[in-house]
Ligand binder design. Structure first.
Ligand SMILES: *Cc1c(COP(=O)(O)O)cnc(C)c1O
Length: 826
């Protein structure tokens, strides 16, 4: 039955259609918050909970974004401008309130208004739940891009999944990670708007019926995707972007017939089952697990998004002729790669476009970002599974592949191995669809996320394709939004920068280079150090609150926060910690630079090694922190539940940023950018965007160590033997022996044998090969920290050099070089 509620309303107001005037003064905000508390939340002063006050505040700021949001949508529609659609399985947006207050420009006034109403503004702000709809860097990048699209004024939107459960919450119990479900909307989600008029059927399963040239996909199990929209405000409300997330609803006409007549309860149970597709975010970073539900999720959101994109296009166009002039679709990694066969299916099966014409459109519309070169992270799906779940798409992929391989054969008739290598189907063992190759085949532009990664991409995983189509490959070095990661997270430093160079760096981050002359200014150095100390105090309080560990703000804050992964080498950092601990015990009266080493990060729930490293960090912390002989010279902290809002507290307080992945493994990193922008010095390998950071802040202002990519390759090729390093380095040997003997786990001496054995027997990520240089470089860090003015000088030069790492720069490059989309607002 059609839902008549969802048809366009035809009535027009005859009386003047007037709005309440929303001013941004303290008095007006006070009235707004009180009004929202009563009229939107339905409470009053007597009955309001903290949640009610918070929601009243949400509504007061949200109201002030609405006209710009509607205007942004109206202008993009009326101008018929080309729009970009950013398809991503993950959007790790974190909290929205402070960002919205700052974007609208009412942060200080709203704070004052709350105070006058008797509400504790800072406490309220801290009650907002993070929207953790992502694992790590990839999802956070998508969130920064939405912020930059809104700030730059680009027409377009993000599409993703409205997971009921986001990234799990991490508890540390007995030093081990325990995962708890993140039911993030338990108190409601005041930022989103349900848009039931934008609902689409998404088909699964069934079978194909060939009718002449035409294929019909029938007997499917269908799910409804319903849109929920969230506005993403740009800086100073230049424009407001839309994030449209899909939630799964059972079809109302669910196969009641398939059940025993009258078995109402079972019918409803089946409905619940089909709604599972948007239930939970897969908490695996970088590794795919071939789970059917995951494939369902990928198709679910891609199909709904494409139906929505075509509907919007057809509202103002009578044919598909102009589709590629009006629509750009970006694939954030291969997770949305089913968009390619889905667009083909919609055009060919549903709208009767000729195959060749449809394919030509696809190749002009799609572009794709690769995020990793690691083979275990390259997504492939078993042909069997895809054939069962998405038979039409598998058929389309086969047809595309046949045509593609025929073309390759025409161009390189004597290279039969090439056909096997570039085929969309991996015929080795269980036949699988190669999603990265599908994405490359369909995309007119394919980019990596740092100069090094883009270079390696065309030399390794896509070497054959780069030979076929060299012009398709390009680099777009990642960036971060300076609004959240400096202006919002680090108010002391932001205020200092504002006082010296004005406030417009938030929009033109290159202006930070005006800080360069101030690097030698003693007065500026001391103000800079004061800001850092304020941030360190805030973090020290948070550490005490969450872990009970008391740390000194005079100590060097040495921080590594990111997903727990072997390639990121948290274990190398820990080897340094244990080495330092041994040396402090051996030379207690030496002039030690006191250090606080902070770790944070989640491990995928099934990642045994990563979880064991968390346990080892916590066991080392317990021993070191309780050793009276050590005192403030060394403290080790594992901060539980690393997430965006916690990053905003930790990063501004860091003195030293640990970016120590094995060269060639970290595609870009964005954590590295956040730290340098906040005046931390980096200790890092020649990897990912570390290289470009070094080039921009100056090689003399960063601590680079370790084997480079070519040396890593050479070392492996020559038959890497970690034991050689262990046998020849006394400190390394002692460090590993202590762990292996159970010095940190006396109640279970064998606890970490899997770690020490892996290090000595394979050490795939070359920790032992980089150990000596890492330790020596950490000594240089100490030496510099003893010279606070020189440290401050270098830290200031880091901030001053970070202009190019604004995601505004990144998004403009995508818009100009790839999407060909122009700003509508300036
Ligand atoms: C920036 C960020 C990341 C990415 O950090 P890397 O160090 O680049 O891996 C992951 N998680 C959160 C919460 C972040 O804010």
């Amino acid at each position: 039955m059609p839902n008549t509620l969802l048809t366009p309303a035809t009535g027009t107001a005859t009386a003047p259609f007037e709005y309440e005037q929303l001013e941004n003064s303290v008095a007006a905000l006070r009235v707004s918050i009180a009004n929202r508390l009563v009229y939107a939340v339905g409470k009053d002063l007597r009955s309001a909970t903290r949640r009610d006050w918070l929601f009243a505040l949400f509504h007061a700021v949200r109201d002030r974004m609405m006209h710009k949001w509607r205007e942004t949508l109206a202008v993009s529609q009326d101008s018929d401008a080309k729009r970009v659609y950013y398809l991503s399985m993950e959007f790790l947006t974190g909290r929205a309130l402070t960002n919205a207050l700052l974007s609208v420009g009412i942060y200080d006034d709203a704070r004052e208004a709350c105070t006058q109403l008797g509400a504790d503004f800072d406490a309220l702000i801290d009650l907002e739940t993070d929207a953790g709809l992502g694992n790590g860097g990839l999802g956070r990048l998508a969130a920064c891009f939405l912020d930059s699209m809104a700030t730059v004024g680009l027409p377009g939107m993000g599409y993703g999944i409205r997971y009921d459960f986001g990234m799990f919450a991490q508890k540390i119990v007995d030093g081990r990670q325990v995962e708890e479900p993140d039911y993030w909307m338990v108190n409601g989600n005041p930022w989103e708007f349900m848009r039931p008029e934008f609902s689409y059927e998404v088909q699964f399963g069934g079978r194909l019926v060939q009718e002449g040239d035409h294929v019909r996909w029938v007997d499917t199990d269908d799910v409804i995707a319903t849109a929920y929209d969230t506005g993403v405000p740009g800086h100073e409300l230049t424009s407001v972007s839309t994030l449209r997330l899909w939630t799964a609803r059972a079809t109302s006409g669910i196969n009641l017939d398939a059940f025993n007549k009258g078995d109402y309860m079972r019918a409803v149970e089946a409905k619940n089952e089909s709604e599972n597709v948007s239930r939970v975010l897969y908490p695996d970073d970088s590794t795919e697990h071939g789970k059917e539900l995951r494939l369902r999720q990928e198709y679910f959101f891609v199909s709904a998004s494409l139906q929505d994109i075509l509907r919007r296009y057809l509202k103002s166009h009578g044919s598909f002729e102009q589709l590629a002039e009006k629509v750009a679709i970006h694939l954030n990694d291969t997770h949305p790669a089913l968009a390619v066969p889905e667009l083909m299916r919609l055009l060919v099966d549903e709208y009767q476009v000729e195959w060749d014409a449809a394919w030509a459109l696809c190749q002009r519309i799609f572009s794709y970002t690769n995020h990793t070169l690691m083979s275990e992270a390259l997504e492939t799906w078993p042909v069997d599974l895809m054939g069962r779940l998405l038979p039409r798409h598998l058929r389309i992929i086969y047809d595309l592949n046949a045509r593609f391989l025929a073309e390759v054969h025409d161009r390189f008739p004597n290279e039969n191995d090439l056909l096997r290598r570039v085929s969309l189907i991996d015929e080795h063992g269980q036949r699988r669809v190669r999603m990265a190759y599908l994405s490359v085949l369909a995309s007119h532009k394919i980019n990596g996320v740092s100069a090094l990664h883009s270079d390696l991409m065309v030399k390794t995983i896509f070497a054959d394709f780069a030979r076929l189509w060299p012009d398709r490959f390009n680099n777009k070095t990642n960036g971060i939004t300076p609004r959240r990661w400096l202006s919002q997270a680090n108010r002391p430093l932001s205020a200092l920068i504002d006082a010296r160079i004005g406030t417009t760096w938030r929009r033109n981050l290159d202006e930070l280079k005006q800080l360069r002359p101030l690097a030698d200014d003693a007065e500026f150095q001391s103000a800079f150090r004061l800001a850092k100390t304020q941030n360190k105090k805030r973090l020290a309080e948070r550490i005490a609150q969450e872990t009970g560990i008391v740390v000194s703000t005079d100590s060097l804050f040495d921080v590594q926060i990111k997903r727990m992964h072997e390639y990121k080498r948290q274990l190398l950092n820990l080897l340094h910690v244990v080495t330092r601990y041994q040396q402090i015990l051996a030379h207690p009266n030496a002039n030690w630079v006191p250090r606080t080493v902070v770790f944070g990060g989640k491990a995928a729930s099934a990642y045994y090694m990563a979880k064991l490293v968390i346990k080892l960090i916590n066991d080392v912390a317990r021993v070191v922190n309780h050793d009276k002989r050590v005192g403030d010279k060394l403290k080790v902290v594992f901060m539980p539940n690393y997430r965006v809002s916690l990053a905003e507290v930790i990063i501004p307080a860091a003195d030293l940023s640990e970016q120590i992945s094995t060269a060639g493994t970290e595609a870009s990193g964005t954590g590295n950018m956040k730290f340098a922008l906040n005046g931390a010095l980096t200790i890092g390998t020649w990897d990912g965007a570390n290289i470009e950071i070094a080039e921009n802040v100056g090689l003399e202002n960063i601590f680079i160590f370790g084997h480079r990519t070519e040396q890593v390759a050479a070392l492996r090729a020559s038959g890497y033997n970690p034991r050689r390093y262990y046998d020849h380095n006394y400190d390394l040997k002692t460090t590993i022996d202590r762990i292996a003997e159970g010095a940190f786990s006396p109640e279970e001496p064998n606890r970490f044998h899997d770690i020490t054995r892996t290090l000595l027997e394979s050490d795939y990520y070359l920790l032992l090969a980089d150990y000596a240089d890492y330790i020596a470089t950490q000594q240089k860090v100490d030496e510099l920290y003893r010279r606070p003015n020189e440290w401050a000088r270098q830290a200031i030069l880091n901030v001053a050099g970070m202009g190019m790492f604004s995601s505004d720069r990144t998004i403009r490059e995508y818009a100009d070089d790839i999407w060909k989309v122009k700003p509508l607002f300036q």
